[in-house]
Design a protein. Structure first.
Ligand code: SF4
Ligand code: SF4
Lengths: 267, 479
């Protein structure tokens, strides 16, 4: 039986997620024995195209050419897994969705007319069907390996369904909100990191993105009412690496409008 | 020189290195250009963010050298707060940067370049990658893997995590160092030092086989820019800048990196998303090329008199004996990287003996005390500048990032021009061997793009041969 093939694709990203895979050096070499790693084989009409059994996709869609390319990748991939905040939620660069792209390119480049870019940075799932989304900025390697081997073996990957909050409890870390009044997104953030930040007395800033059906509004109200975090800061807290994840995006917008309404009332 | 062929945005191929070779009227190569085709927009979307978020935000620029961005970002925010960070925090940050240099250089050497160097440039591309090398030389690859793990663990001991760690913060670092962490690092030292020396022996033993490449791969005069101590000792994060010329003359010394705009101009190119800085005083008019300078390992070893560590210095002397005081060939970036791995390990060993490493406090606390702050450090690929402006509330109003790959851009173009002249003689001559050499010429600089778009395997690239009138007369794409 021939080895299943695996392709890794990069869109707008920092490469941290695929480098996480490379950092799992020993496991990567084992993986290389089990699967044929066909990296970045961007198929064209001339070159024999895939298909690949499994495609890992890192990065978000920011250019018209990439919007085309991801459709092509989908069409030649058996299973398509998106890895990391960029691919699953538009990434840190989705912060630009809030502003005017022209202002960006003018600011950064002397010849913006040659910069071809879309107004928004969007997740892969907004363009094509995705079989599995693995969150994190970057992804956790054990989780990535679990997902790849599960899908190769045709079983459902085992990833935690709960929030970072529970991971704190599991490792016996003190709650930073209760003990120090530090704002923390742990209660609404997808588990997987082992509560790394709260364990070091820092609030979680949600790099793993929203968990399934998070109660975002109730946490944000609590941060506002009990810890005195103001609306602008709350909106910013929700707008980092997963700014374009629907749950975070919606709550950040709600905070914006509350702040705007208050401003209007005072003037 | 003929007009630059403007790339139609629609034909841009994201994720590929794009190279255009421009012909003159006689059909010879007039110029070659390397294009970067990704745009994320950090300079703009960081506006409005609180200053202490900046190290973690900008770390997401690059997953290969996130620690470099964390450090330059943290230093820029230190400057905004006008704080001097506590001495143990200085040591921890130095440690993280040394770990970063080790892991990044090892990745470049073993995973990306060793297949070319050890299996040969003409070998079958299907096996000319780290997996092929693993089959042929498993011990060598294992050594690389272990060295890289060491670098990653050193980083994680300060930053909490290998990629995008949160331990490096405005005002210092998040946590005091512990004896447990120290002992873990010390436990590695004998092995990795021996491995680094063996890596040098290996590289030195094949150096003769690459006499042609050494002569053709970017062997030209340029300026070199890096941090350097006043006495000429190699430096990787603190202090000031030095610029030397190809003749070894010091052009500028102990220049405060905060004033980098006085030294460096930035030309936004029409055909790439990369900004290409140049040394201002040498440029008069539109052509930035007289101001070409190189950064990174080659620049650092050319600017420094010595590493200040025994085994690295002994080997630096060998290199100088063979290639002169100033190493001008871009091929010698490989040698400079291995030397820096040795020196970094020796520096890490010295830090482990410093009792101050284990002390505290490790973080200075302050609000906004300056409206502009510049942080600079030596990233593995070269000098990195983060320049932030804030308002009185500490919210970012302006960001400028000057990255190593951009600073090497003019030199990369010159290097591939030289290689193309030697190996490409017209439209029918875009052979695999020529493409491999162009790729290897780009890789000598280890541009971010080189690891980024193809960590494993060969570089996907598009090479176009462009006639003086702008018509693309030959096109080769390698996926
Ligand atoms: S999700 Fe984070 S680590 Fe992964 S590619 Fe994007 S910025 Fe990098
Ligand atoms: S605690 Fe939150 S911010 Fe920190 S690593 Fe985990 S998910 Fe990311």
């Amino acid at each position: 039986m021939s080895r299943p093939s695996l392709a890794v694709w990069k869109f707008a990203s920092c490469d941290g997620c695929q480098l996480s895979l490379l950092s799992a050096e020993d496991e990567l070499l084992t993986l290389a024995e089990e699967v044929h790693i066909a990296h970045f084989l961007e198929a064209t009409r001339e070159v024999a195209p895939g298909p690949y059994d499994v495609s890992l996709v890192e990065g978000s869609i920011t250019t018209p050419a990439d919007a085309e390319r991801i459709r092509h990748v989908r069409s030649i991939s058996g299973t398509l897994i998106t890895i990391g905040a960029c691919a699953t939620a538009g990434g840190i660069q989705a912060l630009r969705n809030l502003a005017d792209v022209e202002a960006y390119t003018n600011l950064v480049y002397a010849h913006p007319e040659y910069v071809s870019t879309l107004a928004e940075s969007t997740s892969i799932a907004q363009h094509v069907p995705v079989d599995f989304e693995l969150r994190g900025c970057p992804v956790e390697v054990p989780q990535l390996l679990e997902v790849v081997s599960a899908l190769l073996a045709g079983r459902k990957p085992v990833t935690p369904p709960h929030a970072v909050c529970l991971e704190c409890k599991l490792r016996g870390a003190v709650c930073v909100m209760v003990a120090h009044g530090t704002p923390c997104l742990g209660p609404i953030t997808q588990a997987g990191c082992g509560a790394r930040c709260p364990a070091f007395n820092r609030g979680c800033y949600g790099c793993f993105g929203p968990m399934e059906t998070p109660n975002t509004a109730s946490l944000s109200d609590r941060l506002h009412d009990e810890l005195g975090v103001d609306d602008d800061d709350l909106a910013r807290l929700l707008r980092t690496f997963n700014a374009d994840a629907p749950e975070f995006r919606a709550e950040a917008r709600r905070r914006d409008s509350i702040a705007a309404a208050r401003e209007e009332a005072t003037t | 020189m003929h007009d630059i062929h403007v790339i139609d945005p629609v034909t841009r191929i994201e994720g590929h290195a794009k190279i255009t070779l421009h012909l003159d009227d006689g059909g010879s190569i007039a110029d070659a250009r390397f294009h970067v085709t990704e745009f994320r927009g950090f300079e703009e979307f960081c506006r409005g963010r609180p200053l202490d978020e900046m190290p973690a935000l900008t770390a997401r620029t690059c997953g290969i050298c996130p620690v470099s961005h964390l450090l330059a970002g943290a230093k820029a925010t230190d400057a905004l707060c006008a704080v001097r960070i506590p001495p143990p925090a200085v040591l921890q940050r130095r440690l993280a940067n040394l770990g970063q240099i080790v892991q990044s250089h090892v990745l470049s050497f073993f995973h990306l370049s060793a297949p070319d160097l050890l299996l040969g440039m003409e070998s079958d591309p299907a096996v000319r990658n780290v997996f092929g090398l693993m089959a042929a030389e498993p011990e060598i690859v294992r050594r690389g893997i272990r060295l890289r793990q060491f670098g990653q663990e050193v980083i994680a001991s300060v930053a909490f995590d290998k990629i995008h760690g949160g331990g490096i913060v405005t005002g210092g670092v998040a946590e005091p160092f512990t004896t447990a962490k120290r002992d873990a690092v010390v436990g590695w030292l004998d092995e990795v030092h021996a491995s680094a020396l063996a890596t040098w022996d290996l590289l030195w033993s094949v150096t003769d086989q690459f006499a042609d490449e050494i002569a053709i791969f970017g062997d030209f005069d340029s300026l070199y820019l890096s941090h350097c101590l006043p006495d000429g000792t190699w430096e990787h994060i603190d202090g000031n800048l030095r610029i030397t010329g190809a003749d070894g003359q010091i052009v500028v010394d102990q220049f405060d990196p905060a004033d980098y705009l006085e030294l460096l101009g930035e030309s936004g190119k029409t055909d790439s998303y990369l900004k290409a800085p140049y040394y201002k005083p040498y440029v008069d008019g539109d052509d930035p090329r007289p101001g070409m300078y190189r950064v990174g390992p080659l620049a650092r070893i050319n600017n420094a008199e010595r590493f200040g560590t025994p085994e690295a210095d002994a080997r630096l002397a060998l290199l100088r004996e063979r290639f002169g005081r100033t190493a001008t060939s871009a091929f010698l970036y490989h040698h400079a990287r291995v030397l820096e791995v040795i020196a970094s390990i020796e520096r890490i060993a010295a830090l482990m003996d410093d009792p101050e490493l284990l002390t505290w406090p490790v973080r200075a606390d302050a609000g906004v005390n300056a409206l502009r702050g510049v942080g600079a450090s030596e990233a593995p690929r070269g000098t990195l500048f983060h320049d932030y402006s804030v308002d009185r509330q500490g919210l970012i109003t302006g960001v400028n990032l000057v990255i190593a790959t951009g600073q090497n851009d003019l030199a990369i173009n010159r290097t591939i021009t030289d290689i193309a002249r030697a190996y490409v003689h017209g439209p029918d001559d875009l052979t695999d061997g020529a493409l491999n050499r162009i790729e290897a010429g780009v890789r000598a600089y280890d541009p971010c793009l080189s690891c980024s778009t193809h960590a494993v395997g060969q570089m996907p690239m598009v090479v176009e041969l462009v006639a003086p009138d702008g018509e693309v007369i030959a096109h080769r794409r390698r996926d």
